[in-house]
Design a protein around this ligand. Sequence first.
Ligand SMILES: NC(=O)c1ccc[n+]([C@@H]2O[C@H](COP(=O)([O-])OP(=O)(O)OC[C@H]3O[C@@H](n4cnc5c(N)ncnc54)[C@H](O)[C@@H]3O)[C@@H](O)[C@H]2O)c1
Length: 383
Amino acid sequence: MKLKFGMVGGGGGFIGNVHRQGAQLDVLAVLTAGSFSRNDEKNKETAALWGVEDSNRIYSSYQEMADTEAALPEDIRIDFVSIVTPNNTHYPIAKYFLEKGFHIVCDKPLALTSEQGEELEKLSREKGLLFGVTYTFTGYAIVKQAQEMVKSGMIGKIINIQAEYPQEWLLVGLNAAHSDQATWRMDPQVSGPSGCCADIGSHAESLIYKITGLRPKRVIAKFDTIPKTLKLETNVQILAEYGDGISGLIWTSQVALGHETELRVRIYGETGSLEWSHIKPWELRYTKINEPPQIYTTSRDYLFPSAQRLCRLPTGHIEGYYEAFGNIYREYCTALIAKKNGQDDQNDHRYDYPTVHDGIKGLYFVEACIESNGKNNTWVEVK
Ligand SMILES: NC(=O)c1ccc[n+]([C@@H]2O[C@H](COP(=O)([O-])OP(=O)(O)OC[C@H]3O[C@@H](n4cnc5c(N)ncnc54)[C@H](O)[C@@H]3O)[C@@H](O)[C@H]2O)c1
């Protein structure tokens, strides 16, 4: 079975095109409809570029798309929609499509507030609809290997977690002649109550959770707005407690000149440690107590089968961002096909993709950080 999907957003933007390719990497889904931009010309241009040939299925608004698709016979209409628009539109678009009975894939942050996120989860449960949230970095094969190594006790009890996600692009973008992406990300009306923390701190948090199964129980956060003329924070430092005596630090920045997209996580245990960096995302550094560090790489027989399954190319052939998206979409589409065949429902965790629930947890984390920063950097419990 091949699924049909539609997309809201993406026309001329960044992440829509990545979703388009990731979703279709395994030929489990075909882009069939879209409202790619509110600009009519850009909408049509994108549809032509991306092979959406039926002009009746290029829609001038997401409402028109949901209404029209919902009225089509079941074997013709789209099965799910990918939402790849700026943050403030995720909630209304997802809600509208859920109400019309469509399954959802939405980019992060899930919504502007956790209340909105909770409402979306409730609605998707009530309607029995699958809802994926694309925390990209959880889709890397070697990240899955790290998760399996932690689970099987290869680093012992976790004692400390260090993560950082420095980028320079926002400062570069704001100084460029024109950057829509940098501009909306610094507008609270569009981006929401947080800038850097919601935009990329949420990636660091979801990555830590993916590998360790741990989420912060309380945080102290300090937000810096650099340059000061901006309306949202661009540099964030977080002290986190994960319970059971485990603490950690997270630093995320979008004004760290010299760093492109340098997400890195280090997990320290009593008998070993793991380090993964997005600079070489096919490598995992493992150090066992009193032994020299080893580098695990993708597509090797020594990987756990669940990690091996996510590798797509022979050893040494570089896999990255598209493949990580492909892995998330493959899990999501496989779950949806199973569901359509009456074999599954969204409470079955056999399929390993981040869900609306993970999206809500990400919002709880960001909200606790906002609160801590606003309370002179005091400890705040994460819901
Ligand atoms: N998972 C990741 O790794 C990742 C990476 C980048 C961005 N994102 C998220 O993806 C979302 C989009 O980010 P981006 O960088 O691609 O932004 P962008 O500005 O490059 O693209 C947004 C697109 O949405 C379109 N759009 C806006 N409102 C619309 C509407 N009502 N109907 C149809 N189209 C509409 C715009 O025309 C544009 O094409 C954000 O929420 C961001 O946080 C996630």
